[in-house]
Design a protein around this ligand. Structure first.
Ligand SMILES: *[C@@H]1O[C@H](CO)[C@@H](O)[C@H](O)[C@H]1NC(C)=O
Ligand SMILES: *[C@@H]1O[C@H](CO)[C@@H](O)[C@H](O)[C@H]1NC(C)=O
Ligand SMILES: *[C@@H]1O[C@H](CO)[C@@H](O)[C@H](O)[C@H]1NC(C)=O
Ligand SMILES: *[C@@H]1O[C@H](CO)[C@@H](O)[C@H](O)[C@H]1NC(C)=O
Ligand SMILES: *[C@@H]1O[C@H](CO)[C@@H](O)[C@H](O)[C@H]1NC(C)=O
Ligand SMILES: *[C@@H]1O[C@H](CO)[C@@H](O)[C@H](O)[C@H]1NC(C)=O
Ligand SMILES: *[C@@H]1O[C@H](CO)[C@@H](O)[C@H](O)[C@H]1NC(C)=O
Length: 814
């Protein structure tokens, strides 16, 4: 390692050490309130699905959620029962999984994206002393005198929720559609108006013109709009109810509803108390009465049928040919009639540009470079000019408008003249230049990639330094370079063992911390997936789980660095051949059994996303200096590719720890781990392997022997004969009974790991287990027959298909 490499290496270690308190905080979920001094990224709270603050009633949560692109994240308020997002801090600017939300000691609240700040709550420079996630779904920032400095209810995004007051000055804005058009809801001059986000905006709905509303008091000016029960209510400045819009038959006055302004410009209503079900009532009522049910200039009719209007059918793609208005490069334009009987969504809402006759209206548009379309009503003389134009509508009889559209003259199909080719000249040049730039770009990237690949062996640091820093900050496992681990393990010289996933080597960091470095073999995953899994594994901390200290994903190398466990794995202690050797006493064995159960119970029930270990066996229970048991290799089942997965499903790898559902058609669940745990517990008690072909036939299959002894009421026969224990110790028979409950063929009979812990600790009575069913022994005999035939039978591995593995979530939230 060169000088700089060494400095960086030590640097990354000290960074880790310095940030240890932060790392300890990783994954904590706050209830109701958080105080200054909290920061973290999606990775920090990945075990909580990103949600770090929940309301007291746990109906709402604040945290990170993924977008459609699973590598990008939004900071949101989500309704937990329906998973509906009701507010978002960084809409349109998603962050990565390592970008931090920061509630600093200085009382500032922000969300970072790389080096910059993508969102911050504007509190007028005042210090925030607490953030509250209220039971209503409102996120409130309080000042030091508990005054409200900022609240999400005052800064809606595209959603309103029951009891949130929408007042003058607020805006609800939809996500932009494919043409980058947004829709906006706001209160303007005493009306609630929905407009297309053109410049200037073009309204297409207002509550005053809504025929479905119920009027309570005529003539008032709306100042507040609020969802209450099944209606949207509109109040004046004195809170007098003016009118309401009833959107559901459901009469539950306390139901929580949301109104969402969709990307399509339609407001929909969802009942959160009914898992977000849609009320089906929409605003506006007619799906064609909105800005872009179809592309610009197409006529919408019926159920979103889109047709090019008669006057434009000769033009390519129904387009006008005008790229931008008023930019000086305009060719000559002309107005063409789009046909009669057309309507436009904004016509009922905007005042006419002028009152004139058709010729006057046409010349007004002709002489105004920003005018793209005109609508003229002969009966009233009203002339409307528009500088942006959405979809057209078929008009209802009565409102007979004529429509003229400005088009580039000469570019209409047949007589494409000189003007057109003159105009397309710059376009051609631009396309050629763009293509050249793209090609150069690709070549440059390819060149860089090539160079990087060649360079990698000498300087692995250059690509990973930034990641190092970010990961260190968020309390995640350290990312080591391959070289770091090579040095730490003295070039992988001391092998501790060989497991299903690869070899394990002893190592030490320069500061003396001892490590067990696992070199994974045949991992079928890319770097990104690997790191995602490692992030999950690394975020799981428990007294009875082996702690992941760091990892390495470099080239084809995949390594995991765990805390070192001085007493190695349990199998070395319970399967002693030499009788003179140190024997684990009953007390220690019992504590190992309870510890292992606690570790597994944590994986199954206390992690936010359930993790099924899939490979519980004595080799995967490690012992620290005080013989405290810690489960290792959890979460790794997810990392394996198809060939690798054979390792733990073939019988040679794991002898009899696999639950029968691995070779029957039942889905694998946490109860499969319970089975393996039961087998392990039996071995701990018996001090022998469960299957020893050389034993007398009665004892060769230990579980069957155990069931037999239980039936005959001779439980103590099952205990290791070398072991001394107090005859009055209830824990002995309790442990045996627990083991026999765990290895029931019917997985529904097996207790949960939490129940196992309670039974072992005497907190819950242990009933007599049923004897194993005949099906079970049949399975066992075939199971073990194939073992003795060296396991080449296709039976078990046939069931080991990807479908089986993916049918269950082996680990992780994804
Ligand atoms: C949550 O409950 C605690 C205890 O009842 C209370 O003090 C706190 O104000 C509540 N927080 C919110 C945001 O409702
Ligand atoms: C609240 O903060 C302000 C400064 O932002 C400070 O002047 C004031 O003394 C603080 N009040 C309390 C009660 O801490
Ligand atoms: C989309 O529109 C917004 C303004 O409404 C503008 O700032 C943004 O640059 C536009 N994006 C694209 C891709 O045109
Ligand atoms: C609605 O809530 C109020 C007050 O919380 C309660 O008194 C009333 O019984 C509830 N009504 C229904 C239908 O649940
Ligand atoms: C072309 O653009 C100029 C200014 O940009 C404007 O004065 C002129 O009216 C436009 N011509 C047409 C035919 O629209
Ligand atoms: C338009 O209105 C004028 C009078 O306002 C009328 O004379 C004329 O016939 C109308 N034209 C059409 C096409 O309806
Ligand atoms: C040109 O037309 C736009 C609408 O397209 C209108 O807002 C603007 O006032 C018009 N300009 C003039 C000088 O008439």
């Amino acid at each position: 390692m060169d000088q700089w490499g060494l400095i960086r290496f030590i640097g990354s270690i000290s960074l880790f050490v310095l940030l240890l308190p932060e790392a300890c905080k990783a994954g904590v979920q706050y209830v109701g309130t958080i105080s200054p001094g909290v920061q973290g990224s999606q990775m920090t709270w990945i075990n909580l699905n990103g949600m770090f603050l929940v309301s007291n009633n746990s109906n709402f949560a604040f945290g990170f959620t993924t977008t459609q692109d699973v590598t990008k994240f939004l900071l949101v308020i989500v309704h937990t029962g329906s998973s509906k997002v009701i507010w978002s801090a960084n809409r349109g600017s998603p962050v990565s999984n390592s970008d931090n939300f920061i509630f600093g000691e200085d009382g500032k609240v922000s969300l970072r994206k790389g080096e910059g700040v993508v969102w911050t709550a504007d509190t007028g420079g005042k210090r925030v002393s607490a953030i509250e996630m209220q039971d209503s779904g409102n996120l409130v920032l309080l000042g030091n005198d508990t005054s409200v400095l900022w609240q999400s209810f005052s800064h809606p995004t595209d959603t309103l929720i029951s009891n949130q007051d929408f007042v003058d000055g607020m805006k609800l804005v939809s996500d932009p559609n494919a043409n980058n058009l947004t829709h906006i809801l706001e209160i303007k001059s005493g009306d609630v108006i929905l407009s297309a986000g053109f410049q200037p905006p073009q309204p297409y709905w207002s509550i005053q013109k809504e025929s479905r509303r119920t009027v309570n008091k005529d003539g008032g000016k709306v100042a507040v709009a609020s969802l209450r029960g099944n209606s949207w209510r509109f109040y004046d400045g004195n809170k007098v109810l003016l009118s309401q819009f009833i959107f559901s038959d459901s009469t539950d006055a306390n139901a929580t509803w949301i109104a969402v302004l969709g990307i399509d410009g339609i407001i929909s209503f969802y009942n959160l108390d009914d898992r977000g079900s849609d009320s089906q009532t929409k605003i506006p009522n007619d799906p064609c009465s909105r800005p872009e049910p179809c592309d610009s200039l197409y006529v919408c009719s019926g159920n979103n049928v889109c047709q090019c209007p008669s006057g434009l059918t000769t033009r390519p793609n129904c387009q006008t040919g005008i790229v931008s208005t008023c930019d000086g490069s305009n060719g000559s334009t002309e107005l063409v009639s789009a046909g009669n009987g057309l309507n436009y969504f904004a016509l009922g809402f905007v005042p006419p540009s002028s009152k004139t006759d058709l010729e006057g209206c046409k010349s007004a548009c002709d002489g105004n470079c920003s005018c793209l379309a005109l609508f003229f009503q002969n009966s009233s003389g009203n002339c409307f000019l528009f500088s942006n134009i959405g979809s057209l509508q078929n008009s209802n009889a009565g409102s007979s408008f004529v429509a003229y559209i400005k088009v580039l003259s000469g570019s209409s199909g047949s007589n494409a003249g000189g003007g057109s080719s003159h105009k397309s000249f710059p376009v051609v040049v631009i396309i050629v230049i763009a293509t050249l730039i793209a090609i150069c770009g690709i070549l440059y990237l390819a060149f860089r990639y090539h160079r990087k690949k060649k360079k990698r062996p000498e300087s692995p640091h250059d690509t990973s330094e930034d990641d190092n820093f970010i990961e260190g900050l968020s309390g995640m496992p350290i990312r080591f370079s391959y070289r770091d681990l090579q040095i730490a393990t003295n070039n992988f010289s001391v092998k501790l063992g060989q497991g299903g996933f690869g070899s394990v080597y002893q190592g030490a960091l320069p500061d003396g911390t001892r490590l067990a470095v696992k070199k994974l073999e045949g991992i079928g995953q890319g770097k990104k997936e690997f790191r995602a899994e490692v992030t999950i594994i690394g975020s799981i901390h428990h007294h009875h789980l082996v702690r992941l200290r760091g990892f390495c994903a470099e080239g084809t190398h995949r390594l995991l660095a765990y805390e070192f466990m001085p007493n190695g794995s349990l199998d070395k202690w319970i399967f002693k051949r030499n009788k003179e050797e140190f024997l684990l006493d009953w007390e220690t064995r019992f504590n190992i059994a309870v510890g292992t159960a606690k570790g597994l119970a944590y994986l199954h029930e206390d992690c936010d996303s359930k993790i099924i270990h899939c490979d519980i066996k004595p080799e995967n229970v490690l012992l620290d200096g005080q013989f405290l048991a810690k489960v290792s290799d959890f979460g790794l089942a997810k990392l394996m590719n198809r060939e690798q997965s054979h390792v733990f499903t073939t019988l040679r790898g794991t002898r009899g720890y696999l639950a029968p559902e691995w070779i029957t058609n039942y889905a694998i669940s946490e109860k499969s781990d319970v089975y393996s745990y039961g087998m392990l517990l039996l071995e701990i008690i018996g001090g022998r392997k469960n299957f020893v072909p050389t034993e007398s036939s009665e004892k060769s299959h230990f579980p069957s022997y155990a069931f037999k002894m239980m039936e005959e009421g001779k439980l103590r026969e099952i205990v290791d004969s070398k072991l001394k224990f107090n005859q009055d110790d209830e824990r002995v028979s309790a442990s045996i009974k627990v083991a026999l409950w765990c290895i029931q063929e019917d997985m529904h009979l097996r207790p949960s790991m939490t129940k196992v812990v309670q039974m072992l600790e005497g907190l819950s009575p242990v009933p007599m287990p049923p004897t194993s069913s005949p099906l079970g022994s049949r399975l066992f005999s075939s199971f073990f027959k194939s073992v003795s035939e060296e396991g080449t039978s296709s039976g078990p591995s046939d069931y080991n298909s990807d479908a089986y593995l993916s049918a269950v979530r082996l680990s992780g939230p994804r």
